[in-house]
Design a protein around this ligand. Structure first.
Ligand SMILES: *Cc1c(COP(=O)(O)O)cnc(C)c1O
Length: 416
């Protein structure tokens, strides 16, 4: 079992110094709960492991975009990797520094680019020639200079789920090495563009070190080559993608990852940017959910819970594994259950054939759901989104109210 932020002490389960049961009683379920201490400690450990390279750590906002969490990270000195104008506004609402923002994504709109330029972000991670021209023309009209990196797709197999692999030549992200050289030569002659860096991001939930090494090697070779063309690269953005152990994976540690990158960089004078999402936040969150019904059958037993795929998509979308534990202890015999939600889809499940000792009304915790949990949630089946709680030592705070039906239909109207 993976190490969890929930621990047991004298028969009770706790998050920091708050009993988990008490949180469910106070705020109801489903509820996302995060630990302030784990968020901060993880970030500090990450920075420490990378001490030799002293990178700017740009947290990938899409992994968890709650402004309270972004604010905790900003206070620790984090920058942010954003993929939309909305995420840019979130960073500002969270008191993050726009000058520590990198902007990734293949479909940046005119409005989003204008907004980012007016906030003087650190760099656009440019993903196509069309985007480069668009940034040039918007920067010119605003009488500003825009700093850019080209996102290079190094054609490296990240050996992860196909839906979260982004660095293969047939993926929609970035440009290949040859094209990147063309774009740098082009950018050099665009008067409102400043070449700052180079960027890559090969995928997510990567649990081997070699894909990181292979892509970093390709990128530094490219940086060296660009120098011969009189194109000077100041920063190397190595992307994110480091995996965690949800079940029995053995991902590289922060230090293994940092040391490997350090070795590839050698004594080049490059400012490093890194864009971790999952590895900083997944283990700092859990989803609490109550059992509504136990349904036992001839071939299958189901525990039907009050959370659903709209709250946590990962099992439905990627067949992802999350450990599930019962917060209420009793000594019923263990049986195998599928843990499922109430949504009208067979794909609405959290775990299959889980051996658990449970009964109706028990409180379950779905572990390691701090990343790509709430941020991917939806209102499918007209289900209000969950409340989000941040635990700080013996206190707990609501950092996002549970949605109400009124929130859900607030933009809708019927014909007059
Ligand atoms: C999603 C994403 C990240 C973060 O990925 P993790 O696997 O969560 O670390 C970083 N950079 C870019 C460009 C992304 O799209």
């Amino acid at each position: 079992m993976s190490k969890s932020m929930i621990y047991s002490k004298k028969g009770a389960f706790l998050i920091e110094n708050v009993p988990v049961k008490k949180l469910a009683d106070e705020y109801g379920t489903p509820a996302y709960v995060y630990s302030k201490k784990i968020i901060e400690d993880t970030f500090i450990n990450f920075k420490k492991s990378f001490i030799k390279l002293n990178p700017l750590v740009c947290f990938a906002v899409k992994a968890n975009s709650n402004i309270a969490i972004l604010n905790l990270l900003a206070k620790q000195g984090a920058g942010f990797d954003i993929v939309s104008g909305g995420e840019l506004k979130r960073v500002i609402a969270a008191k993050g520094d726009p000058k520590k923002l990198v902007f990734s994504g293949i479909g940046k709109s005119i409005e989003e680019i204008g907004l980012a330029i007016s906030h003087d972000i650190l760099a656009f991670n440019v993903e196509s020639e069309g985007e480069l021209y668009r940034i040039q023309s918007i920067a010119k009209s605003l009488n500003k200079k825009a700093a850019i990196s080209i996102r290079v797709n190094p054609n490296v197999d990240a050996k992860t789920h196909p839906y979260i692999s982004t660095g293969l030549k047939d993926n929609k992200f970035g440009v290949d090495e040859k094209k990147s050289i063309e774009l740098y030569l082009l950018a050099k002659n665009l008067d409102s563009i400043v070449i700052k860096g180079i960027d890559c991001h090969i995928g997510s939930q990567i649990t081997e070190i070699n894909p990181f090494i292979d892509s970093a090697k390709k990128l530094v070779a490219l940086i060296d080559h660009l120098k011969t063309l009189d194109i000077n690269i100041e920063h190397f953005d190595i992307g994110g993608g480091l995996g965690i152990n949800y079940k029995d994976e053995l991902p590289p540690s922060f230090s293994d990852y940092a040391d490997a990158i350090n070795q590839v960089i050698g004594n080049r004078k490059l400012k490093i940017i890194v864009e971790p999402g999952r590895s900083l936040i997944a283990k700092a969150g859990v989803l609490l959910t109550s059992i509504e019904y136990i349904k036992e059958g001839n071939s299958k037993n189901f525990a039907i819970v009050d959370a659903a795929m709209n709250d946590l998509m990962r099992p439905s979308l990627y067949d992802a594994y999350h450990e599930i534990i019962n917060i209420i202890s009793h000594n019923l015999d263990k049986k195998e259950y599928d843990i499922v939600g109430p949504v009208c889809e067979t794909g609405d499940f959290f775990g299959k054939n889980r051996l658990l000792s449970i009964k109706n009304k028990d409180l379950l915790a779905i572990l390691d759901t701090g990343a790509y949990g709430m941020s991917m949630s939806s209102n499918y089946n007209t289900r209000p989104r969950s409340v989000e709680i941040l635990v700080d030592n013996e206190k707990s705070h609501i950092i996002r109210e549970r949605e109400t039906f009124e929130h859900l239909i607030s933009g809708e109207s019927i014909l007059p």
